[in-house]
Design a protein around this ligand. Structure first.
Ligand SMILES: [Fe+2]
Length: 305
């Protein structure tokens, strides 16, 4: 039995030396500033979470992900785990409390509960205005954080930890012959529908963050959001897309932040519950590239320590 069943991913926590540069990228990517302090930048989507992306000022890198516990009692359960912090008050927009854990690669996992919510931002309608040649120019409308992905030398140990600690369950596992190369695990919310995955672990010699993924309002946002990043005049590095993963029916587009942290725009209508089939997939068949484009070495080997 897992210690708890976490309900969702709450935020990613990254580091960057220049918060102005990071805020410009994230704004171009489609997030909205929630709060900025001297040492941290909090960005939100259009959804009700007070923020979904944190950047702390410091050397560029990856700190960890936060996941939401269903109850205060669940937070107390994880606080009892070996190496866990005590229950701490969060000094962030929305408040709440957290317990800090370390996953097997050493990254910080915050288990959080009791955050407030904010009024959602009504997505700007795709209306052609009197002065526009087309219905939309501008950034993608990012709604929420969807999943976080680890690069790790030991995807099995990492996924076992997330299963045993936070209750994530297998959706699809990837194999090359008898070598386990990675797994997509989702939230176990019983009969309630959830995404194809809340975490993916990709085998890599270097541990780190592979990417962090944000759901956008509509599949159109993936396209005009791509255009906006390309035309921003700030030389953002495009990594992969626009294309579609067979697994989870996800339409995707991947971009690097100016500090080598991969961010994904994502849209999918496929949903899963506790009855959905779990599959073992030989990678050649599971990762068919419906856009006809093989992922580059740069994409496959990506890891932000
Ligand atoms: Fe992704």
């Amino acid at each position: 039995m897992p210690v708890i069943k976490a309900r969702n991913i709450a935020w990613c926590r990254l580091r960057a030396p220049d918060l102005d540069v990071m805020e410009q990228f994230l704004t171009d990517f489609g997030l909205v500033r929630a709060e900025r302090t001297e040492t941290a930048l909090y960005m939100r989507g259009t959804g009700p979470r007070p923020f979904i992306h944190v950047t702390e000022q410091g050397p560029a890198g990856f700190i960890g992900f936060a996941y939401e516990a269903e109850s205060a009692a669940d937070l107390e359960k994880v606080a009892q785990l070996p190496g866990a912090s005590g229950i701490e008050d969060l000094e962030v927009p929305g408040g709440g409390r957290r317990v800090v854990l370390r996953e097997p690669n050493g990254y910080q996992i915050e288990v959080v509960h009791g955050m407030g919510q904010v009024a959602p931002i009504a997505p700007e309608p795709l209306m052609r205005r009197s002065f526009d040649p087309s219905m939309r120019k501008g950034a993608a409308r990012v709604v929420r954080l969807a999943h976080g992905v680890f690069a790790t030398p030991d995807p099995r140990a990492t996924l076992d930890w997330f299963h045993e600690t936070l209750g994530f369950i297998k959706t699809d596992e990837l194999w090359v012959g008898d070598k386990f190369v990675g797994g997509f695990y989702r939230v176990d919310a019983g009969e309630d529908p959830v995404d194809h995955h809340v975490i993916f672990c990709n085998r890599n010699e270097r541990a780190g963050m592979h990417h962090v993924s944000f759901e956008v309002q509509d599949v159109n946002d993936v396209f005009f959001g791509h255009n906006h990043l390309k035309m921003a005049g700030r030389d953002y590095e495009h990594i992969r897309g626009i294309s579609r993963h067979a697994l989870g029916s996800q339409i995707f587009d991947y971009w690097m932040s100016p500090y080598d942290q991969m961010h994904e725009h994502w849209s999918s209508n496929e949903r899963f519950n506790s009855d959905s089939a779990a599959n073992d997939i030989q990678i050649a068949e599971g990762l068919q590239h419906e856009g006809g484009e093989k992922p580059s070495e740069r994409f496959v080997k990506q890891s932000t320590p």
